[in-house]
Design a protein around this ligand. Structure first.
Ligand SMILES: CC(C)(COP(=O)(O)OP(=O)(O)OC[C@H]1O[C@@H](n2cnc3c(N)ncnc32)[C@H](O)[C@@H]1OP(=O)(O)O)[C@@H](O)C(=O)NCCC(=O)NCCS
Length: 431
């Protein structure tokens, strides 16, 4: 049995609408969005806030003024201030890490009730001064006399004032996520047509998910700061009218001459937050709660970022399945984070490849083919959006609800992340 110790039940999960950055959430922060998600999760699950043992939360882009986002979310959600709150970060697998940290605490009997999740507001990225200018400002704060202050600015060059914005790029290789997806498309021979087809499916399935009333119950309305007069209620990135022809017309972004990765087959820059309520099985039973699902197993993987950066799921999934004592063929649903269509298709190819199994995993048999009929049934990050730290808890929420709804017994979810990281988790329907 993995993990040793007590089982973790997923009791509930919510997310805010996921909005294209620079739109309605433009004046909000990740903590603002996280607080709405957490507060509403507590209300919807009818949870006594006094019973919460811990809040574990994360954001990938850090706030300079509020670095421990978990604590800020707790305060803004008006939860009791005696609840410890800690922040985690693991690139796009941040809320997955928060969730598995919570499950470890529960397994070890250190906690019974934990809220975990993540938020990202890419409309609110810290823009820094250059290191040279920042050093001058530090020296200025220490200077006492007018002469010392004047000396601080000796040799000043206007170029020092050029702002430094965070890049969505690997520090070690200098390649952006998009360039890395492009590299994967080329090395794995993933065609532009296949990428566009996956992107089209993502939009159409997400639109159907809303139309069929499946996604709405997971999404909490957000009063939009600063005036709080308008409510954000639905995702605004899904294009129900997109077509293969429209997608095919878009120019490649990351390799303009020979590339295949476009704005249409990439996940967009997104603002949003998510949160899940996790309980020990005993506590859930004692409270008479019906869990949506149980966490059966999980695994993390890591590879050289200079290799195929976003291939982590192909390494993590077989480990998570082994730990669950199950095979891919036992999975009734698969949720795969779509950073880029090229990344999803590369991972699916690796899942099915005997060569990959032998050479990269040291296994005789590949993980297997994922049936497209069970993959990302209500769209993925390309259509729904990808607020980095919020995506993992979105996947756990959607998959847990889907297991409860469909009666399927097992589901697999996977996440690729910057740094060459990967995550996979197996969920089990609650009996
Ligand atoms: C790819 C990226 C650079 C595109 O950014 P952008 O140029 O602001 O994207 P836009 O939404 O403006 O789309 C560009 C154009 O494509 C069009 N478009 C995008 N998706 C489309 C679709 N599905 N169907 C039709 N047209 C589409 C837009 O309408 C827009 O057209 P316009 O220029 O005529 O207005 C950006 O989304 C990005 O960086 N994504 C990757 C994020 C990332 O690295 N995440 C980490 C993952 S691990």
């Amino acid at each position: 049995m993995f993990p040793a110790g007590r089982r973790t039940a997923v009791i509930g999960g919510v997310r805010t609408p996921f909005l294209k950055s620079g739109t309605l959430f433009e004046k909000m922060t990740a903590a603002d969005l996280g607080a709405v998600a957490v507060k509403e999760l507590v209300a919807r699950t009818d949870l006594d806030p006094q019973t919460i043992d811990e809040l574990i939360y994360g954001a990938v882009i850090p706030s300079v003024s509020r670095p421990n986002i978990a604590r800020e979310v707790l305060f803004d959600a008006h939860l009791p201030d005696r609840i410890p709150a800690s922040s985690v970060v693991m690139a796009c697998a941040t809320s997955n890490r928060a969730i598995t940290d919570a499950a470890e605490r529960i397994a070890l009997n250190l906690a019974d009730v934990v809220i975990a999740g993540g938020a990202e507001c890419l409309s609110d990225v810290p823009i820094l001064f250059s290191r040279d200018f920042a050093r001058r400002l530090v020296r200025l704060s220490k200077a006492k006399t007018a002469a010392q202050k004047a000396k601080v600015f000796a040799g000043f060059r206007p170029g020092e004032l050029a702002p430094v914005a965070p890049a969505i790029a690997e520090y070690t290789t200098g390649l952006s996520m998009g360039e890395s997806a492009e590299k994967m498309a080329k090395e794995n021979h993933i065609s532009r047509a296949a990428q566009d087809e996956l992107a089209l499916g993502s939009h159409l399935k997400a639109a159907a998910g809303w139309d069929r009333g499946i996604l709405a119950p997971e999404v909490v309305p957000v009063p939009v700061a600063p005036k709080f007069e308008e409510m954000a209620t639905v995702d605004n990135i899904i294009r129900r009218d997109t077509t293969l022809a429209a997608l095919a017309k878009l120019p490649p972004v990351f390799d303009r001459k020979f590339g295949t990765v476009t704005a249409g087959n990439s996940s967009p820059l997104t603002d949003g937050a998510s949160a899940v309520l996790l309980m020990s099985e005993d506590r859930a039973r004692a409270e008479g709660r019906k869990a949506l699902a149980f966490i059966r197993s999980w695994a993390y993987s890591a590879l050289d970022p200079g290799d195929q950066l976003l291939q982590g799921p192909a390494y993590a999934a077989p480990r998570a399945l082994d730990r669950a004592g199950l095979k891919l063929s036992d999975m009734g649903r698969v949720e795969m984070h779509e950073a880029f269509a090229a990344q999803v298709l590369s991972n699916l190819q690796a899942f099915a490849s005997k060569e990959f199994a032998r050479e990269k995993l040291g296994r005789d048999q590949p993980v297997g083919e994922v049936d497209p009929e069970i993959l990302n049934l209500y769209g993925g990050s390309i259509a729904i959006g990808h607020p980095f730290a919020a995506t993992g808890a979105r996947l756990v929420t959607t998959l847990s609800h889907e297991l409860a709804r469909s009666g399927e017994q097992f589901g697999l979810l996977t996440v690729c992340a910057a740094g060459g990281l990967g995550h996979a988790m197996v969920l089990e329907r609650a009996e």
